[in-house]
Ligand binder design. Sequence first.
Ligand code: G6P
Length: 472
Amino acid sequence: MSRTIIVSNRLPTKAHRTDNGLEFTPSEGGLATGLGSIYRADGNVWIGWPGLVVEDPDEQQHVIGQLHEDSMSPVFLTDAEIRDFYEGFSNETLWPTFHYFSQYAVFDQHQWEVYVAVNEKFCEAVLREAGPDDTIWVHDYQLLLLPQMLRKARPDSSIGFFLHIPFPSQEIIRAMPWREQLLEGMLGADLIGFHTYGYMRHFLSAVSQLLGYPSQNGMVEAGQRSVLVDAFPMGIDYEKYAELAASEPALKSEQTYREALGDVRVILSIDRLDYTKGIAQRLLAYELMLQQYPEWREQVTLFMLVVPSRDQVEQYKELKEEIDELVGRITSTYRTLSWNPVQYFYRSFPIEDLAGLYRLAEVALVTPMRDGMNLVAKEFIACKGDQPGVLILSERAGAARELSDAIIINPSDMHQVAEAMHEALIMPEQEQRHRMANMQALVKQYNVHHWVQLFMDRLAYSKIKQQTLATT
Ligand code: G6P
């Protein structure tokens, strides 16, 4: 039987060391959440890093055993690999470059070499697991070289690649050393998927300008092989979120927050700590809103949840300090004895609490500077059920290509974001319901199951197409 082998840097489950030994909890981030509900089907396996350095062979066996029961197979990374591959090349070179933060990008030859070596390590792990008929689906920027490595070992395998972050203009890619190797690495796949047509266009132009490979209708002629490139906007598990939001624990959590916050209107912001998410800019826009519309003071609270992430990387440490300072300034300037303008939490919350918060919030503020897709926007919509609510969404999130019933803003324009908050707070309920229903219909139909199906069908099609081309 042919299975699907999913490969990503991070597994959807992470191991922690506690006083009682190792514990396993769900991972943060869109990818883990998005694919979380599908990989267990049909004997499929998910290969990736369990989020912790485990060197002791007995402990490794324990982790392997635990994860195996839940259809996962771990790749163990050493401290040095985490520093140079994960924090280094992945998150200090590729992440800033692909999100148009080139000023943060580090170009370090040693980190590049470790990136190549870790991609090879993943390749060996996949080859141990995958049979000749299995379909291999590689995910995201940490593993850009893996499709080509797999292709060399398995010329006939069906290999898909999906990039979960933006693909920037070829002008940006051009600035990177190793640009040709990275593009060739991706082209080892039969099908390369992006969230939007914009990212896909950038990729096709990079491949044409930097490698001289022509393309027609998304089919790239890469030497002896043809590679299909297409856009697949990722969805969420709509039913799971809708059911969760209607469940007893979520309703209870909503009520607890409501009682604690009192009679204020809630604007919600949820992100991993990341400079791409525009968290500091969002705080400045909120501060401006309180200045320009003093009538909202004591009436509104910004409930801001920041999930710790990549805290060993310098830019993330600095951002954390900047956010702490801004929240301190806004709070000390505007708070009263009975009202807090910002409720700021730096930690992760259980999913039931998130669902409770999505229900509680009248407005969701999703204003990234750049974001491949942004699933928080879609989760808010799914959790709203028959409640009204307004989504304020950055035009630079992939999700903005689909969710045109949100209030779409330019996240760098503080005045526009402040206005959008005011507009959201005074929007008539009927209009809110109308826009929300449109967005719900879309998020419900184009859910994560649809996304997987579409990608898999296209992958099968690209294989057939290649075989036809080879025989003609
Ligand atoms: C984004 C990336 C994922 C990554 C996630 C969490 O969603 O596209 O590949 O797993 O962030 O980041 P982390 O560095 O904690 O894995």
